[in-house]
Design a protein around this ligand. Sequence first.
Ligand code: ADP
Length: 265
Amino acid sequence: RIRRLAARSEAGLGQPAAALFFRDLSDQRRLETMRVDFIANVSHELRTPLASLSGFIDTLKGPARDDAQARERFLDIMQAQAQRMTRLIDDLLQLSRVELKEHVPPSTPVDLGATVAHMVEIMAPLARERGVGLALEVPQEPVRILGDRDELLRLVENLVENAIKYGGSGKSVEIAVRRQGPGGTQGERVELSVRDHGPGIPPEHLPRLTERFYRVDVAESRIQGGTGLGLAIVKHIVGRHRGRLAIESEPGQGATFRALFPAAP
Ligand code: ADP
């Protein structure tokens, strides 16, 4: 592209080519910075549990060798750290799979209402454990979009799990699938919304929330077993389904995540 633009410049096509040329270079630099940041983040996220594992192995081989109680406690912590690394690698693989397929829109009609209802059933035990009530509203008749069912299940799982984890115990989470009639240049659409009544998200964080490894509160995300990749995966799944993701939040009032998809013809 750069070579082509340089040729345009040489051919005397003037200013616009030069402007494009500089924009291309800065885009390239931004991509390179993103790639380096990503590798640094992944390394850091893996190194922390690994350092902890290696510390506990030293303790188990040394001072805690003959302390049965300490051994049990340390082994539990080590198991949790290993699970954390597994979750991170699973999320990284999922993210790269979705990114690879991003420009190939799925072509199978999927009933979004039934898919959401299925995932909400799977999430019910976690909600019960956290004292969160789940309310589901889906139309009686099928609501079809062109989709990949596994990806859509993952999308619902990430949003509902976040609402349960960050929405606060004793509160409710409302999940809805609604048809939207044609409007403007757009045909019929289907909206999925997940709403919680937790502390919400301060407005300055909203624009960066779907970036990989971006968290509002890193310590809280760790406690909740988060990887920081959930919403990045959500964004790519919505994009691949030619949908749009909107996040609204009023601090203290909770957060609403909406994904709007074109309805299947
Ligand atoms: P994580 O694995 O940390 O949960 P996500 O990508 O799913 O990563 O979310 C990124 C961050 O966005 C979370 O760490 C949390 O700070 C914030 N967040 C996500 N969902 C909610 C929500 N429903 N309410 C408040 N904060 C949220």
